[in-house]
Design a protein around this ligand. Sequence first.
Ligand code: DHB
Ligand code: MG
Length: 256
Amino acid sequence: MSNAGDTATIKEQQAARTRQVMSTHEKDERWTAVDKYALKHLHTADSPYYSAIEKALQLSEEKGLPSIEVSLLQGKWLQTQCQMIDAEHILEVGTLGGVSSILMAASGPNAKVTTVEVDPERVAVAEEAIANAGLSDRVQVMTGAGIDVLPRLRQQVESGSRPKYDFIFIDADKPNNLNYFNESIRMARSRACIIVDNVVRMGRLADDTLVETDVGVSGARQVIQAAAKDNRVLSSTLLQTVGEKNYDGMFIAIVK
Ligand code: DHB
Ligand code: MG
């Protein structure tokens, strides 16, 4: 098959995946309306990185990436979390089109993001969006599966050739959530913040009948249950969210 054919097939698969994700979400128009209202005031033409973020969202759509990145308001929430702890060294697992990478890098002039993405097509989109934002010198996109790249990063942190991370956002293949969490703790400074996306999944988290069949639920449960017993963790909590990306939530842990 030609390259163009491959690309068309991948795009069709991604579109089908997005349709499936969206159709299984319980939509409430108030959630979208509130996101729109808030963004109208909080994300305006004179906001920092406004056009870079708009361009990143547009690129993701044009290139047919699945619309599963954090919502813009959630991305801005991640940005505020980075600002609260003055995060300089930020790690992201799951770059997609780079929207959250840009928002976290834009949290402050000293913020630097290492972001890991397995899909080269997504890496290309993210790198274009990051370059357009003028952030290529502060965002390093690493191509590869998190399960391969994170241990390499961790070895660099352990050997002192890479600084420990202040803030870590895990938003990649859900079955590896716990692996990513364990690697993350090992490269995190004391009081670092680790956030895991998509742990609530429209409430499926609490449905015991799904543990065997839904890798999203088992991936979320594994990380929550392990973190609760982990004596390297100072405290942790779970934040349920609604919005234009519907009902989901994030797990938040602080490292001792
Ligand atoms: C999916 C993944 C995500 O990271 C997300 O935020 C929403 C959906 C998914 O794979 O379905
Ligand atoms: Mg996500």
